[in-house]
Design a protein around this ligand. Structure first.
Ligand SMILES: [Zn+2]
Length: 70
């Protein structure tokens, strides 16, 4: 799930929130003052989890000359 940064326009608080994709269009209320006048900040912290995807490495096996060369 992506992590978004928000900025509260009421109290100028910056906060982060992990948002599900189904909630990505909603703006969460400010955790400090409860105002809903928040807006999403564009941050580059979208891929901080480093989720390893699959890792199906099918190409390879080129080093299969099984020894016996002496
Ligand atoms: Zn606030």
């Amino acid at each position: 799930m992506p992590l978004y940064e928000y900025h509260c326009q009421n109290c100028a608080e910056d906060f982060e929130k992990i948002v599900r994709f189904s909630e990505a269009d909603r703006l969460p209320p400010c955790p400090v003052c409860g105002s809903t006048e928040t807006h999403k900040k564009i941050s580059a912290a979208a891929s901080l989890g480093g989720s390893s995807s699959g890792g199906s490495r099918s190409s390879g096996g080129s080093c299969g000359s099984g020894g016996g060369f002496s």
